[in-house]
Design a protein around this ligand. Structure first.
Ligand SMILES: *Cc1c(COP(=O)(O)O)cnc(C)c1O
Length: 424
């Protein structure tokens, strides 16, 4: 088999032999990036995201998988005074063909990640999540019959459901917070047969999210001038930048990278604070004082990552630098207004993060940061939960085991090993 891509360390520039690597074997503090053999994006005859199979690190699609939907909204354009506004929606709204049944663009990350692991030998991904990511992986597992291990804080269990009965999910509930769930997931990812899913370091996740930019460029025939998104880790912003670079390389979509306009939700805004000083390092005392208190006050808790891939080479700092990007701090009040605006103009109940992105665009217009005739891509990263509840039966996922933070992990490791043996 001739591989359709290779991966390169952004920091050191060297090609990485082991394509399953999540970090640089030479120790550069850097993301790895995919380089596809096909420089021109050729469209494949699939529905959803695998139309862009050329620039996904898998050989075959995982079907059925939905994709982002690109559209224009005369009502929203009129409200904002932006005739060249394009909207990308990753959620559920059958009227416009949006079919992500877990309601967020995390499905765009989960699908190629699961497919890639299956193609590379069938390792089982271990995911720590407080919500949308866990649900996306659970749904893809339920749909495709591929096993996953999901670790969540017990309090986030209500957010985990699938629209197809789940069969192959080892679900661990941790009596603690998200950081505790991450600690448990690290232990489980070391069990033979399992791998850490990798987050932003996982090229399949970033290239999957990159299909938002690809779909928008293919639909409108050009790269946008500006890209708007709300970020927690910033992975979506990095992915948009990487996809835009590939589109520039293609040659048919323009040669200017879109400017990134990325937002966090006040009062938790570490990347806004660091970027304002053009600092590569996040300094916790400076940029996120009273983090726990700040996190508890935001309307969108998916935007509260405390350890984002910001300073790492090829990460968000570099993406903002390369695109002359801007960061915004958005209040809950502005987010709530934008939520209403989207309901009235698009008829969609947005995920709170997507409402924050919409509020960012409103602010950029008010402050004349963008010109009325600029081409804008607004990435609405989630929504449609009301229709999901109407159209589907939501299946809760049975908990395999509950663990306390101070408990030894031997018991769950043994249970996981038995579960894996049973699966083989
Ligand atoms: C995770 C998430 C985000 C933030 O994404 P990143 O690019 O990883 O920071 C935004 N919106 C929704 C709906 C999400 O689930």
């Amino acid at each position: 088999m001739i591989l359709k891509y290779r991966i390169r360390c952004v920091g050191g520039g060297e090609i990485i032999e082991d394509i399953s690597s999540l970090s640089c074997p030479q120790g550069h503090n850097s993301l790895l990036r995919t380089e596809y053999c096909s420089r021109r994006l050729h469209l494949h005859p699939f529905r959803g995201m695998y139309r862009y199979l050329d620039w996904l690190p898998v050989t075959r699609p995982l079907l059925p998988s939905g994709g982002p939907v690109t559209f224009t909204s005369p009502d929203l354009s009129r409200e904002l005074g932006l005739p060249c506004l394009t909207v990308s929606f990753s959620g559920y709204c059958p009227e416009i063909g949006a079919g992500l049944t877990t309601g967020s663009f995390k499905e765009l990350e989960a699908s190629p990640t699961m497919q890639r692991l299956a193609e590379l030998g069938g390792a089982i991904p271990v995911i720590a999540s407080a919500g949308n990511t866990g649900r996306a992986f659970a749904e893809l597992s339920a749909r495709s019959g591929k096993p996953v291990v999901i670790v969540v804080p017990e309090k986030a269990l209500f957010r985990l459901w699938t629209t197809v009965p789940p069969e192959d999910i080892f679900l661990v509930a941790v009596k603690g917070d998200y950081s505790d769930a991450i600690a448990v997931s690290n232990t489980l990812a070391a069990v033979p047969g399992c791998v850490p899913e990798g987050g932003a370091r996982n090229i399949a996740r970033r290239d999957g999210m990159g299909t938002v930019m690809l779909d928008a460029a293919v639909t409108t025939g050009r790269l946008p001038d500006h890209y708007f998104q709300a970020v927690g880790s910033g992975t979506g912003g990095i992915a948009a930048w990487e996809a835009a670079m590939r589109l520039v390389g293609d040659g048919r979509y323009g040669n200017r990278l879109p400017r990134l306009h990325l937002a966090q939700n006040k009062p938790f805004t570490p990347m806004v604070s660091a970027w304002e000083e053009r600092r590569r390092q996040i300094i916790p005392d400076n940029d996120m004082p009273d983090a726990a208190e700040a996190v508890s006050q935001v309307m969108s808790d998916v935007l509260t990552n405390r350890n984002p891939p910001y300073g790492i080479r090829g990460g968000l700092f570099d993406a903002l630098t390369a695109t002359d990007g801007r960061m915004y701090a958005i209040t809950n009040a502005a987010g709530e207004d934008a939520m209403k605006l989207a309901r009235e103009t698009l008829g969609i109940d947005l995920d709170p993060a997507a409402a924050i992105a919409t509020a960012t665009l409103v602010q950029a217009v008010e402050k004349d940061i963008i010109a009325p005739d600029d081409h804008i891509l607004l990435n609405l990263t989630g929504g449609g939960y009301e229709r999901i509840r109407e159209d589907f039966t939501l299946h809760p996922i049975p908990v395999s085991v509950t663990v306390a933070v101070d408990e030894t992990r031997e018991g769950i490791v043994r249970m996981l090993k038995e579960w894996i043996a049973h699966h083989e």
